[in-house]
Design a binder for this molecule. Structure first.
Ligand code: ATP
Ligand code: MG
Length: 335
């Protein structure tokens, strides 16, 4: 374990305006949101001609408030399957319906890990992925969106971390690095752990929202407008938090023993979860518990090669924020 007790550079807070302006430049303009809503409504009308009771929900970065400009949109088709049609039948039927409208590049990917229909709307240029009945993703999208409303620093931190991860090519699950979803969970966990805390743990508070998905109870406090002052005791700037985030993942996280958990608002042990050894393809080299599917490690895609790359990138980022005269440029230099 490489613990380093380092004090942050004395002028760190002077960097905050640079990082805030990067954050501002990444936020999608409101017209973009409006276009996405329009497209969702027109797709829903189309789907309802075949299945009147079906609903479309946005999930992922277009709905969790962590989406940058020009992202693809993720849509979930919620449909009561009465047993007649398998998921794949629904997917193929859906592709048929969309094909016959004016949409482009309609493709049903029935063999993907999460089967989807892909399409592009020529009017807006927006690409979407539509999956079937993946309601857990809709619920975890709401949890992330609710956290984002408590303290602005979460959105700032997560946007910058995602931007860094994309620039440095460590946001590629097919190559063994982490998903955007995993990075946002890491940011939430980090802000829950600050002293004083910047975020509460919504799943440990009295539940005001509760839904059962796939026999799993998902419950948490969602009256977040009551929590607007939660982080007020802590006045750390975005620059200081960014430094501390990378410093934690570079030098302080115990990769051998620890699992981060936003569900409990704490660190739990790998031993307690039986995540100490490789089982099948799950290697558990960096452990990030999913807030609802608790047996699901969001770090399971990371292998013995990519863990090295990931940790070197955390160290590079921490060192740049510590020593580089111009970190708001160097941090995002393409790999
Ligand atoms: P990006 O801006 O990179 O598209 P995103 O927020 O859409 O980011 P993704 O990692 O593409 O993030 O995931 C989309 C959504 O799918 C997430 O918000 C989450 O609801 C769900 N999701 C993704 N990965 C997982 C996972 N491993 N387990 C459970 N849900 C997941
Ligand atoms: Mg996405």
């Amino acid at each position: 374990l490489r613990r380093q007790l380092v004090e942050c550079r004395y002028d760190i807070d002077r960097l905050a305006p640079h990082f805030l302006s990067i954050y501002q430049s990444l936020i999608p303009p409101s017209e973009e949101k409006a276009k996405q809503k329009q497209l969702l409504l027109s797709l829903e009308r189309l789907v309802n001609m075949q299945w009147p009771k079906a609903r479309l929900h946005l999930y992922g970065s277009c709905a969790n408030s962590f989406g940058v400009s020009n992202s693809d949109i993720d849509i979930c088709l919620a449909i009561d399957d009465d047993g007649d049609l398998s998921k794949n039948d629904i997917l193929l039927k859906l592709a048929d319906i969309l094909q016959s409208d004016n949409l482009q590049n309609v493709q049903a990917l029935t063999h993907a890990r999460v089967p989807i229909v892909k399409l592009m709307d020529p009017g807006t240029g927006i690409s979407c992925d539509i999956c079937i009945n993946n309601l857990l993703a809709v619920v975890n999208t709401k949890l992330l969106r609710d956290y984002a409303q408590i303290d602005d620093r979460l959105r700032q931190l997560a946007f910058i971390v995602k931007h860094w991860a994309k620039s440095r090519h460590v946001n590629e699950t097919y190559r063994g690095t982490l998903s955007s979803y995993a990075y946002v969970i890491m940011c939430i966990h980090f802000l829950q752990q600050r002293k004083p805390a910047i975020l509460p743990c919504l799943q440990q508070m009295k539940a005001t929202y509760s839904i059962t998905v796939d026999e799993m109870e998902c419950a948490f406090f969602d009256q977040v407008e009551m929590l607007h002052n939660f982080g007020a005791q802590n006045n750390e700037s975005i620059a200081r938090l960014l430094w501390a985030f990378f410093h934690y993942w570079a030098y302080c996280h115990d990769y051998t023993n620890d699992v981060i958990s936003i569900r409990t608002g704490s660190i739990i042990s790998k031993r307690a979860k039986d995540w100490t050894r490789r089982i099948g393809n799950d290697r558990h080299l960096i452990c990030i518990e999913d807030p609802f599917e608790t047996e699901h490690d969001l770090g399971r895609v990371v292998d013995k090669y990519s863990i090295k790359i990931l940790r070197e990138e955390f160290e590079r980022a921490a060192n740049i924020l510590q020593f580089d005269p111009n970190p708001s440029v160097t941090l995002f230099e393409p790999y």
